[in-house]
Design a protein around this ligand. Sequence first.
Ligand SMILES: [Zn+2]
Ligand SMILES: [Zn+2]
Ligand SMILES: [Zn+2]
Ligand SMILES: [Zn+2]
Length: 572
Amino acid sequence: MNSETKQCQNCKKDFIIEPDDFSFYKKIKVPPPTFCIECKAQRRLTYRNTHSLYKRKDSFSGENIISIYSPDKDLVVIDQKTWWGDSWDPFDYGLDYDFNVPFFEQWRNFRNKFPLQGMSNSKATNSDYCNVAEESFDSYLVSASWKIERVLYSDGVSSIKDSMDLHVVHRTEFSYDDVVCTDSYQLFYSEIAISCVNSYFIYDCRGCTDCFMSCNLRNKSYVMYGEQLSKEEYNKRFKEMNLGSYEFIKEKKEEFEKMKLKCIHRFSNIINSYEVSGNNIDHAKNCHNCYDVSDGIEDCKNVFWSVKNVRDVFDSGPGVGMLQLGYECFDTGAGGGHLLFDSVVYYAENVEYSFNCYNSSDLFACIGLRSKKHCILNRQYSKEKYFELREKIIKHMNEMPYIDKKGIIYRYGEFFPAELSPFAYNETVAQDLFPLKKEQVLDMGLLWKEEEIRNYKPTIKSIDLPDNINDVLDSIVNEIIECEHKGKCRDRCATAFKITPEELIFYRRFNIPLPRICYGCRHYDRLRKRNPMKLWSRSCMKEGCHNEFETSYAPERPEIVYCEKCYQDEVY
Ligand SMILES: [Zn+2]
Ligand SMILES: [Zn+2]
Ligand SMILES: [Zn+2]
Ligand SMILES: [Zn+2]
């Protein structure tokens, strides 16, 4: 089969469907897509809200709960403990399929009446504001996480203890303000570090201990500003650092950005992998255009933020693990397989267009089912009837497609239209990875959530905070601190923030100055440090080398980017 060029229904740009794509679509019996890779990811993410949280009333009990659905949304939302209990029956909300109404419209109507979980944080202890979190203990404002203890203000983390302000960090303890790091201990203000201890402002380092403001190091100790020092000299100079001072750290952060421009950037951060393209790939084989994937990922394409035994999965993520055969899924897996157009579906097989289902098989367009089989729109059918009706619905989806406000046509084989998402665009991870302005979002026919009018009355301006953490009084925990951005930055700025007692202990223990900006602003600052999930064809910048590669460093960027060979020659 040859490759084929198509025009994306959404962005109108051309995209190519490769022969291996066609064989994949044939295998899962889904027609080729009408959206390009990026538009598919963006559409999927409009259904994922990890950290826009609100207070609203539980639709059953009337009690106040924390929810990812803002109170102005006409939805049925209940506390997750009730959701998991047996005081209600998901079958009570089931519908007969209506052949007079397009499928996606019926699904939207069904969802809008169905009791939805306010938040998703299972096995959580004292971690109320953690969402899409599994096994959290004494943690606060963490999203997309697994196994965390005493972790604050972080996103995309697993197996973390006693840390704050992390983005995509795994198996790490006592660390602060790191992006894309693993297996580390007491690591501060660093990026792309593996197995590093007691280090500050390091970039692309591995196996390092006691290093400061350095990059491209392997198994080194006592390196400061790229200079190898004796232990005594390092400690002497380190002691002179005024780490507790905000002004000092601000200056070091600027130096760090300058240092990054001088160091060598590997075209892609690939570890123990074979035949792969993308970035931040660890233990993968035959995977293309994949990002932040690790631990046994095979034969996948266009997958991101996915871990552990994922095979034959295309256009999926974030949050896919232990899944065989999947397409357009997120937050899904844990065994089983053949999942199409699903989210929050676990331990399941042959499930399509479903949301929040567990331990089930052969479901089509279901929500909230546990241990069920052969259901459509939460109605039970016999095995024969199920397969017969499923075929009829697919035919109906093709004959009476859903057409959105912009005239885009959705038949069987498309993910849910973004305009039917229960969230406004800027409440979702779509805004994190594909940031748009309000006008652009409205132009796409999608919703934009205006910043809530905050009634915070700051009691102190960030500029008036003590420069050094040593001069901060215990009473700081009672203050409302005005965020330096004052809501003017579009980064979901909360305009003001508080310091929790746990946080203060952490800052004091590790000699870290108080932040001057709120959590939302810090989160977006970290997001901007990572490369986009997109590849460009470029050639090696080492003089005399003509090797070509695909890299997430866009051609106009200022960094020095080397091919694998030249990088290894310089760094190891
Ligand atoms: Zn497109
Ligand atoms: Zn802010
Ligand atoms: Zn901001
Ligand atoms: Zn080269």
